[in-house]
Design a protein around this ligand. Sequence first.
Ligand SMILES: [Zn+2]
Length: 409
Amino acid sequence: MLKYQKIGIAFVGFSAVLVIFNNSKKYTDHQRDIQGNVPVHFFDDHSDSNHQRFIENSTLKPRPTSIEIESGSTLKTIFKDLNIDEAQALDMTIAFCKVASAKSLKAGQTIEIHYDDQQFVSKMVFHTKSGNHIILEKKGESFIAQRQVVQLQKVLKKFKGSIDSSFYQTAQRLGVPLKIIKESVQILSYSVNFQHGIQYGDHFEIVFDAFENDQGHILKTGDIHYVSLGQHKFYRFNEQYYNGHGESVVRTLLQTPLEASCLKVTSKFSSGRFHPIKKYTRAHKGVDFGARTGTPIKAAGNGIIVKKAYHVGGYGNFIQIKHGSGYQTLYAHMSKFAQNIHVGSKVKQGQLIGYVGSTGLATGPHLHYEVILNNCHVDPQKVKMFPTGHLSGRQKKMFDHHKRRFETL
Ligand SMILES: [Zn+2]
């Protein structure tokens, strides 16, 4: 009895260390299927009657052969969910900690579970994010653990689809890794207006390096080689991105001065819960981007803040930035300004300057965005935005050759 208590205390000590560090609470359909379907195990008492009960149970309830780690899980909760008794769980925890630390367990990782003839857990394989496996296996009466280094295979991965909500949501639904979606948005954001410039059904493709484990799961990503959206096509060459003409993607102003991942395409917004989208007209002087209050607004280009005002007439809270070549941009109806944004502050392209709101004359939250060239308002979508560089001569020839690779993929 005394020994048992000591074991209990030691276990609490271990489990406190093994909290999974991830705030995202994620349930997959697969997980829902297996929840509540765990077998009943009687590790403490191996009497025949209990085995009988267990066998009856196991015929009714399928055992999970793989589970996904939830945020907030510990080895203790994982073992408990599998109905592994405390003494055995402690044995397994001690074995686990000999080869791995708590940091190797993250929400979303999968664990394979194997059972012996008597339906007791005999082996668990933890698939870690780094691609390694931690194998806990029963040898005789106790568990031993070993770390297995899995060779990741570098593959060229291609995803393609058609916009059915936002670029971000569509790509996510297709299983494009988040990092790749964000990088794609960044490459496209100089040329694509993510709200008015794309339509439902627009086609996109992303080709990138992926590192897969033996089960074909992408555990790491590398460079994006090619990304297209609608008629926009961009290629990686000499560690930079160029359009089909060999012009750099980087332009003086962003087409979408907002966190593009939050934007849905125009058509469904016009009658939705957001403010109707106004396109550029002489009277309106700007373009409206419907987005939730609090959506981050970014400086469209490098420049200096020349106006920052609170609650001014129709504009509400607004900021005006002076860029080079006679360009200025204006951002209105903000709910809040970003910190350290004052008249005279230098800002970099893409820098956070404030948040979407509905201050001033706005019927709903949106960003009213103006581009002013030499004191005249111009349609942001029609501004000729010069690339910051383009390829020529031998480089251009090499680029054209390189480009063809993706046309035949
Ligand atoms: Zn407007």
